[in-house]
Design a protein around this ligand. Structure first.
Ligand code: GLC
Length: 464
């Protein structure tokens, strides 16, 4: 049995703990820097926050209609049929969800859009949609898009592991329409293009006027909020007294202190240099950061000194996932039996209780930093709208990290309380389930209200 050098071990553990900790000063600096980059983005200058206009404002709650929504943004592709009742209520009448295979995410753009058109064809057939009628479709495409109107926009750059060729720089609505045409589908009219954050905000604010922020904490991370049109420099000609939802693309915020683990992860990613904040916060990356720390600790003889197979099992990229981290952190038994079983299943035998405790702490440092950064980013947006935190702000949130990761939301709340004390109660995070899909329908309805056909015209196209 090999015993670790306690001094070396203790020093490395405290080093790691400090490395991932966020001080009050770090958080305040981040909030200030965020405000600076929001200002730059809104003024139309190049900055880390793109601040993209959505061309819609919050709904009134009276929008009506029946819409199909198509949602592409991460590991899954979803189609929904949504009915809005005009009284703040939404009903999902049908849904279809499929995993997006890696070869589709990273193949040819045309094949990716054909994949969506095939899904749509199967959905229409299964649900008995009449092909002779016309149905309005809202397309939730959760990547940075430079919008040119409510139903048109150009993909700036892929994120979240997508690399499909021939899409960057193109109007994604045109690519979708072409794919639908190739598949012989002509009963669909694309009336809105949305980001998932905007959908999430819309879905909640349809029935809750205090909602002015939409946040995604899932495979990726991002937020949108309500801004005065007068502050959005690139919106020439918009009524200055009006408001519009702005998609921030906050995952690209770059004034964050990165560790060597973050830098290595970035270098090995498909988009080096891009999305620094997303790579420290979101579900696609947390597991991978923790894995890199784990491997370093094993190589330094600090972890799993007497446990066979650890290095081999965790050497491969992706071999520790974010849901697995959540499981490790969620084990509250005194002997960490759940962590023990998890390690055994991974092929690591003979872990000591100290190993398991350290592994759990390590996951907590990485996820705690992610939650702290997400909380500071949210605080920055809220205080941009309301510097003294005088009003109540409902933040609609969706995504697996928020919904499922052990204590992630509790950690975010604790950071807000550290920052603002009692005033933090004015910021309420609420889970907006399926927000991006249901919300896209609301965007289409808001767009229809402004269209020459008048409000609710699509409600005539009742669904089967
Ligand atoms: C990525 C995308 C962004 C999206 C977010 C959450 O950051 O660039 O558009 O909102 O992921 O899905």
């Amino acid at each position: 049995m090999i015993t670790p050098s306690l001094d070396a071990c203790g020093a490395f553990v405290s080093y790691l703990e400090t490395l991932f900790a966020l001080s009050m000063n770090d958080l305040h600096t981040m909030i200030n820097d965020f405000h600076g980059d929001m200002r730059t983005g809104l003024s139309g200058h190049e900055g880390s926050l793109k601040m993209l206009p959505s061309f819609v404002d919050k709904p009134t709650g009276r929008e009506k209609g029946a819409f199909i929504t198509l949602d592409l943004g991460g590991t899954h592709f979803r189609i929904l049929a949504v009915q809005l009742d005009g009284k703040g209520g939404t009903t999902v009448l049908g849904t279809r969800q499929t995993a997006v295979p890696r070869k589709v995410m990273q193949g040819r753009g045309e094949a990716l859009f054909d994949f969506m058109a095939e899904g749509m064809d199967a959905f229409l057939t299964k649900r008995g949609f009449e092909r002779t009628r016309t149905y309005d479709l809202a397309f939730t495409f959760s990547f940075p898009v430079e919008p040119t109107g409510v139903s048109a926009g150009m993909l700036i750059k892929w994120t979240k592991g997508f690399t499909a060729t021939g899409v960057e720089g193109k109007d994604v609505v045109i690519l979708l329409k072409e794919a639908l045409r190739r598949k012989g589908i002509d009963c669909i009219r694309v009336t809105a293009l949305a980001n998932d954050t905007v959908g999430t905000l819309m879905a909640r604010s349809y029935r809750d006027p205090s909602c002015d922020l939409g946040v995604i904490l899932g495979t990726g991370t991002n937020a949108c909020y309500r801004e005065k049109c007068a502050h959005i420099a690139r919106l020439e000609g918009a009524p200055p007294e009006g408001f519009m939802i702005v998609n921030m693309e906050w995952g690209n915020f770059d004034k964050v202190r990165r560790t060597c683990y973050d830098r290595d992860l970035d270098a090995a990613s498909v988009n080096p240099g891009a999305m620094p904040l997303e790579k420290m916060v979101s579900g696609m990356y947390l597991g991978e950061i923790a894995r890199r720390v784990l491997v370093d600790a094993v190589q330094r003889d600090v972890l799993f000194l007497n446990a066979a197979g650890a290095l081999k099992r965790f050497k491969r990229k992706g071999s520790l996932t974010t849901p697995e981290m959540s499981l490790i952190e969620g084990d509250d038994t005194s002997d960490l039996a759940g962590v023990h079983d998890f390690l055994k299943q991974k092929g690591v035998s003979g872990s000591s209780i100290e190993d398991r405790r350290l592994l759990k702490r390590l996951c907590g440092w990485v996820s705690g930093r992610g939650a702290g950064l997400a909380a500071a980013a949210t605080a920055a947006v809220v205080t941009w709208m309301d510097p003294e935190l005088k009003h109540r702000h409902t933040v609609a949130v969706d995504g697996s990290l928020f919904e499922k990761y052990t204590r992630f939301s509790a950690k975010m709340r604790a950071v807000l309380t550290d920052l603002y004390g009692k005033k933090a109660d004015n910021i309420a995070w609420v889970h907006s389930r399926d927000g991006s899909g249901r919300g896209a329908a609301i965007i289409a309805a808001v767009a229809a209200t402004a269209s020459p056909q008048g409000p609710g015209h699509s409600s005539k196209a009742n669904f089967p």
